[in-house]
Every structure is written in structure tokens, then in C-alpha cells.
Ligand binder design. Structure first.
Ligand code: SAM
Length: 273
């Protein structure tokens, strides 16, 4: 599927209004409007059990914005493949990247068909941005998709983003999936990932469990595991760290993190030579 403005396929046959989805439940957590009662119920339930969950989702969006701004402004990146992009919200990847460089190209990929539907409306007049429906866990299919291969130039540096997405790749598949993306990236490319983390705090594993039970998948990763998935790429300072500590706009005291700020970690790494 692509950003064809034909809307006769609404609602997409894949939409199941009786079961929550990751994209819609996350949208509910962020206070968005593109979700249903089942998604809000799940978000409310999880928030009651996990202190600071909503704050953690907001922190994840904030680091996405800081990371994309860094990549477009300081690292000079102008091609972004945003895998597991989620429903449009405020300050989407293309808005941040194209705010720095109007010619920056962005492709959003998400498994949830609602993302394509909402993306079409948002991107109707934006020739530098596309939305693709696809399964990130099948890199060989994603990397052959004509809306990606015909739009992004993998002979040049590209940013691949797995932001708020790494923890949805199963422990069995995670490294083979991420390495398949790493392998096609030209030198100078950057990998940007955030993940639910496991540093031994009960809330981290509890969040993974609640999410897995309701949405079939979610695995908290140790900081070492997250770092491992960057392969031999060079981590940009400050490395893999709690999202609030990744190049914050205002200084943050690492000894003073809230429970919500201890649910996720972020990192950006560069492919050298
Ligand atoms: N990247 C955005 C962010 O960080 O704000 C959205 C993160 S949201 C928590 C995770 C997104 O990944 C959801 O929109 C979900 O539909 C998508 N997702 C999960 N598994 C996926 C898969 N196998 N392929 C594509 N998208 C997937």
C-alpha cells in the first residue's frame, strides 16, 4: 500500500474495533484522539498498574524529537525510514526533519492500517513523505517495498528508526531483524532506537507482561541487550541511556529520575567506514 489518495477502502478490512492495537493504545496514552474504547481501557488499566507510564510515553516522544533534530541538524541526515512510526501526533518525524531541512525524505512504516489512513490525510501535500503498511519484523519485504526502494537512496546515508519499537521484536528474531536493517545501511548512516528497558525494576517487567497479555508482544531489554542490537556501529554520546538523559534540552539529574523516566532507554549510533 502507498499514499494513494483513493479512500474507497475505508474502513480497512484489517481493522478490528473490538481488540486494542499497539498504535491506538499508545495514541490513547499520549492523549490523542485516534483510538477506541478498548484502547483507552487498556491504557487506563496499564496506567493504574504502572506508575509514570503516561510520562514515559511522553518522554519517548520527546527523545524522538530530540533525536531526529540531532540527526537532521548536526549529523546532516536527510533520509529517514521510521519503522513502527505510530499514529500521527504532534511533532512527527517528517515535521521535525523537514523543519531542519525541507528536502529531507521520510518514509513511515507501521503494521497498523490506521497509520496509513491518518497519514494520507496529513501528507496529502507533502511529496517528501510516504506511509507504508508493513511488518517491520520482515525486513526482506520492507526493504523491497517499491515506496521505500524508489524513494530512499540506500547508496547514501540513511537513518533507520526503531523508536518505541525494539521491544515489539521477539527475543528470537530481534537481532536477525535489526542486523538485516543494519546491513543495508551505507557508511555514515545512523540507527536510532528506543526500547522498554529492564534494569531490574519490577514496573519494567510488569509493563512488558501487561502489554504482552493484551497485545501479544512486548519484551523489556537490558541496557546491554539494547546496546548489542547496535552491532558495531559507533554510539553517539551519551550512548544508550534513559530517554530523559539522552541529550536533554534542560539539564536532568540522573539521580533524580521519576518512575516513568526509568521505563525506557534510547540510543543513536553511526555506521562507520
Ligand atoms: N515510533 C513511535 C514513537 O516512538 O512514538 C510509535 C511507537 S508505538 C509504541 C509502536 C508502534 O510500532 C505502533 O504504532 C505499532 O503499530 C508498531 N508496530 C509494532 N510491531 C510492528 C511490526 N512488527 N511492524 C510494524 N509496526 C509495528
Amino acid at each position: 500500500m502507498s499514499d494513494n489518495p483513493d479512500r474507497t477502502d475505508w474502513p480497512p478490512a484489517e481493522l478490528d474495533f473490538g481488540k486494542p492495537t499497539i498504535a491506538r493504545a499508545y495514541d490513547a496514552l499520549l492523549g490523542g484522539k485516534d483510538n477506541f474504547e478498548v484502547d483507552r481501557q487498556l491504557a487506563d488499566y496499564a496506567c493504574r498498574h504502572i506508575p509514570g507510564l503516561q510520562e514515559s510515553a511522553i518522554e519517548n516522544r520527546k527523545v524522538l524529537v530530540r533525536g531526529v533534530r540531532y540527526l537532521a541538524r548536526e549529523a546532516g541526515m536527510d533520509q529517514f525510514l521510521d519503522l513502527g512510526s505510530g499514529l500521527p501526533t504532534v511533532q512527527n518525524t517528517h515535521e521535525v526533519a523537514q523543519g531542519e531541512n525541507p528536502d529531507a525524505k521520510v518514509v513511515y512504516v507501521d503494521i497498523d492500517p490506521m497509520v496509513l489512513v491518518h497519514g494520507r490525510a496529513l501528507l496529502a501535500n507533502n511529496p517528501n513523505t510516504k506511509v507504508v503498511t508493513g511488518d517491520v519484523a520482515q525486513p526482506e519485504r520492507i526493504l523491497r517495498h517499491p515506496d521505500i526502494t524508489g524513494f530512499l537512496d540506500f547508496g547514501r546515508p540513511v537513518v533507520i528508526m526503531l523508536v518505541g519499537m525494539l521491544h515489539y521484536l521477539s527475543p528470537e528474531d530481534c537481532e536477525s531483524v535489526v542486523s538485516a536493517y543494519r546491513n543495508v545501511m551505507a557508511p555514515g548512516s545512523h540507527l536510532f532506537m528506543t526500547s522498554l528497558v529492564d534494569t531490574g525494576l519490577p514496573a519494567q517487567q510488569e509493563l512488558a507482561r501487561i502489554t504482552r497479555e493484551s497485545l501479544d508482544k512486548c519484551w523489556a531489554r537490558t541496557p546491554e541487550e539494547i546496546e548489542h542490537h547496535f552491532g558495531d556501529f559507533e554510539l553517539i554520546e551519551p550512548g544508550v541511556t534513559y530517554t530523559a538523559l539522552w541529550r536533554p534540552d534542560e539539564p536532568v539529574d540522573p539521580d533524580d529520575l521519576t518512575p516513568g523516566e526509568q521505563l525506557g532507554m534510547a540510543g543513536i549510533a553511526r555506521k562507520n567506514g
